[in-house]
Design a protein around this ligand. Structure first.
Ligand SMILES: *[C@@H]1O[C@H](CO)[C@@H](O)[C@H](O)[C@H]1NC(C)=O
Ligand SMILES: *[C@@H]1O[C@H](CO)[C@@H](O)[C@H](O)[C@H]1NC(C)=O
Ligand SMILES: *[C@@H]1O[C@H](CO)[C@@H](O)[C@H](O)[C@H]1NC(C)=O
Length: 251
């Protein structure tokens, strides 16, 4: 759940050829790095999930593709040793292959952390239909942990606290498809994003990079210490082995 180092430094001209082994990365936004030893201390945001993808391809008993959408905090977008704290939604035509206890018309969600040694996550829980998910990632100095929480209607449904192995300097997202056969994913928007920094960084807004994404503008109520984005739209995305865009579904 990471970009290939070959994509940098312009990680964000990525799209078409963006892949790392069998992992294909789609539309995304990125903010960072922060300047002058300023770090991200907290991020909150919400999502009403789009419909699950349509048009996914799986041949016979081949391994199932899966698609994840996420926002994460890290200290690098290329260094594989920098952990990525990335609560994520996941879907597969074969949900069982993902240990997702849901129908293939539903998403699963879990707090999740990418370590070079492997992904560590809470068990998947089905996303209740038509619900808004609220995400919080907190860098807790007191306990020296990075804490991820996912809630629905004020009730926590997934939670994880990992050692604070990094001081986050980036917040970035992606659509990510294993095997490039996940089909068509409708557009969706990360909403009500608030990013708290350890100190003011007025340059933070200038680091924004968008690929198949559009933001509603960044505002700061306190001269650069806290940043707000009402809506970050991620455009419709396509993951097909023939590299073409195919339409399906009804949204
Ligand atoms: C959610 O909606 C899907 C698609 O309409 C349906 O298949 C599924 O059973 C619903 N799940 C719940 C828990 O109602
Ligand atoms: C936006 O997020 C903040 C911080 O989590 C929360 O207090 C507020 O209620 C949210 N606003 C809306 C409209 O959901
Ligand atoms: C499935 O088979 C079709 C036709 O041979 C091929 O175009 C497609 O790439 C295959 N999909 C996967 C995921 O291997």
């Amino acid at each position: 759940m990471r970009f290939s180092t070959t994509l940098l430094p312009l990680a964000l001209a990525l799209r078409a050829s963006a892949m790392y082994d069998d992992w294909y990365f789609g539309n995304m936004f990125a903010l960072g790095p922060t300047s002058n030893n300023v770090h991200i201390t907290k991020a909150t945001y919400s999502l009403v999930p789009p419909a699950v993808p349509c048009g996914s391809q799986q041949n016979g008993s081949d391994e199932a593709p899966w698609l994840a959408i996420w926002v994460g905090l890290s200290a690098s977008m290329s260094d594989q040793t920098a952990d990525l704290f990335q609560p994520l939604l996941n879907w597969s035509p074969d949900q069982e292959s993902q240990a997702c206890p849901a129908s293939n018309q539903e998403w699963c969600v879990a707090t999740s952390t990418y370590h070079l040694s492997g992904q560590v996550q809470d068990p998947y829980v089905p996303v209740p239909n038509d619900s808004q998910l609220d995400f919080t990632i907190t860098v807790d100095q007191a306990s020296n942990k990075i804490i991820q929480q996912v809630s629905v209607n004020g009730k926590e449904i997934s939670h994880q606290a990992d050692d604070k192995t990094i001081n986050p300097t980036y917040i970035y997202s992606s659509n990510e498809c294993y095997l490039d056969a996940c089909g068509t994913l409708a557009a969706y928007s990360w909403k009500n994003m608030t990013i708290h920094l350890s100190d003011a960084d007025l340059n933070f807004q200038n680091t924004i990079a968008l690929d198949g994404a559009r933001d509603s503008g960044m505002t700061t109520p306190d001269n650069g210490k806290t940043w707000h984005i009402n809506s970050m739209r991620i455009d419709r995305d396509y993951f097909y082995p023939d590299q073409q865009d195919h339409e399906c579904g009804s949204d």
